[in-house]
Design a protein around this ligand. Structure first.
Ligand code: SF4
Length: 155
């Protein structure tokens, strides 16, 4: 929890500077072929215990409402087109985050014959959250980093 407390202090500090900081981050999650371990930790990060909504981070159902595409798992051939379609549907500015070692192309999981290109070759990944799976703390830290610096600042 110490990571979250440190981030909360930073959010409180930034609250004194309302101009220039995005107020929220809408996250669209796509499972591109995960074992569900990363989803389990993402679910924990979004739970009331970690309470990411307190920081303005929320998971949305449609890519049309999303600021950031959060991808888990290696990209399978069956999910490749759906992943690209989700990215294409997002309004700009938009970010892509790789959640977990599989999404970062570490070859943890999957039959090579069933895998498409690594995520990094398909989309412009700006946020990387390593781990197999990453802890809820690491997920929170990665998303808060994207909220703080990943999107163009508003005037
Ligand atoms: S990084 Fe680990 S937990 Fe996440 S999808 Fe890959 S094998 Fe599963």
């Amino acid at each position: 929890m110490h990571v979250l407390l440190r981030q909360l202090n930073r959010v409180r500090r930034d609250a004194r500077l309302p101009r220039g900081r995005p107020a929220s981050l809408a996250v669209r999650h796509v499972d591109a072929g995960s074992c569900n371990g990363c989803e389990h930790e993402l679910q924990a990060a979004a739970s009331p215990f970690y309470d990411l909504q307190r920081f303005g981070i929320g998971i949305v159902a449609s890519p049309r409402h999303a600021d950031i595409l959060l991808v888990t798992g290696p990209v399978t051939t069956r999910m490749r087109e759906a992943l690209l379609a989700a990215y294409a549907a997002m309004p700009e500015p938009r970010l892509v985050a790789a959640l977990g070692d599989c999404a970062m192309g570490c070859n943890v999981l999957g039959d090579p014959a069933a895998l498409a290109e690594p995520l990094e070759e398909l989309l412009p990944v700006a946020v990387r959250i390593p781990g197999c799976p990453p802890t809820p703390d690491a997920i929170a830290e990665g998303l808060l980093g994207a909220l703080d610096g990943g999107l163009p600042r508003v005037a």
